[in-house]
Design a protein around this ligand. Sequence first.
Ligand code: HEC
Length: 117
Amino acid sequence: MTRALCWLCMIGLVACSESGEPGATAESANHPGAGTYEMFCIACHKLGISGAPRIGSAEAWEELASTGVERLLARTIEGIPPAMPAKGGCLRCSDEQLKAAIDYMLDQSLVSRPSEE
Ligand code: HEC
């Protein structure tokens, strides 16, 4: 049991150090914001529903990123009527969790990638 767990963490470490740069899919599960994104934000941000900036689209996120994560967090907490609910729909999420989810989307978007999934 312990041994098996250790194996997993070693694989995780290797995968992490090998891919190195943000945006590599293999490490997405390790990002602290991945879970929140996948539970809530994915519903709109995967495909860009109602004009949501689509994950994986550098074009959609570059300008937003340049305005600063703090501002994006504030906007997320408030929500953007009518399309985006307050806290992206995750009312029980802490600011930290929301910030991590934003960071995750930025990570996945601001790297040029050959193809999307
Ligand atoms: C029901 C759909 C929906 C969900 C769920 C959702 N979003 Fe959004 N989000 C949007 C839409 C639509 C926009 C674009 C709004 C606009 O610019 O008018 C947006 C914009 C944003 C922006 C850019 C804000 C800005 O300043 O323009 C951020 C950051 C963001 N969402 C984060 C999140 C996070 C984090 C989550 C999950 C916790 C989330 N969203 C969940 C629909 C959604």
